[in-house]
Write a protein that binds this ligand. Sequence first.
Ligand code: XIL
Length: 325
Amino acid sequence: MKSSLALLLAPLTAVAAPTAGQAAESIDELIKAKDKLYYGTCTDQGLLTSGQSAAIIQTNFGQVTPENSMKWDQTENSRGQFNLAQADYLVDWATENNKSIRGHTLVWHPQLAGWVNNIRDPAELTTVIQDHVTELVTRYKGKIRAWDVVNEIFNEDGSLRSSVFSNVLGEDFVRIAFEAARAADPDAVLYINDYNLDQPNYGKTQGMIRNVAKWIAAGVPIDGIGSQGHLTAGLASQAGATIAALAATEGIKEVAFTEVDIVGASQQDYTAVTQACLDEPKCVGITVWGVRDSDSWRAQNNPLLFDGSFNPKPAYNAIVDLLSS
Ligand code: XIL
């Protein structure tokens, strides 16, 4: 009969076999070997406490973005009353599991608390933005590597989108938000994030480049541009040229693919996005927007790297092959 000590030690010496769904090879480890910082995904408490998402993220991804838990309607639905339990869960889980975190997102027009939408006074909205940004960034100071400070602020033609923020403050809300974030955590990398930045000569791409260069020159502390990467099939063929154009923005320190999901999830499209990041020295990493298809906000498009049963799909294996070569 085994001694109780042997029984106690046995689980510690055994090599943990992958649980159902975990891929044998980690695209995060492989992309780190290519000098990138992470291959990540989005998640939140509900997903981390059911199914195989937590196990898969533990072994196959190196970074997490809260899918919803840090948005304004979740965090400050009443003025000055912060509900950060879900966000805390995500940050604690990531910290315990040694995953880098992208904070998402501080100033965004959807999933915004209703009371913010009703503000008409510029001084009041300034204070409200400063208080919100300061509360969140301070709480996770030193734990969150990068923040999406403003999200989706451009129209398709590259002009500034109409929102309570732009309508009341003009483009000055950008400076206000970034300065508050910088003051709260001087070490966090501060991003402007948007979608449809998928073609170099597209209006929104050009508007992003033009405006960010102008704001940086004026002293607004913008460090990075995030390209969400919600793609239709085939569009990834332009990912390389586009991320290079964004990275060339005067004054920008880094870029990232921040919310990748691709209609149909072809191997070709996923390897093209991965190659685009490898080829661009300022690209720090890639975040896919979810683990398995059935949990995706675009579930009907099967756009992710794991199927509904948490099995790695051909696109995952194609990324492994690309990163192994
Ligand atoms: C999505 C989430 O995935 C959904 O769960 C939620 O219902 C709506 O928002 N751009 C963003 C993300 O910046 O925050 C959005 O996430 C997808 C589009």
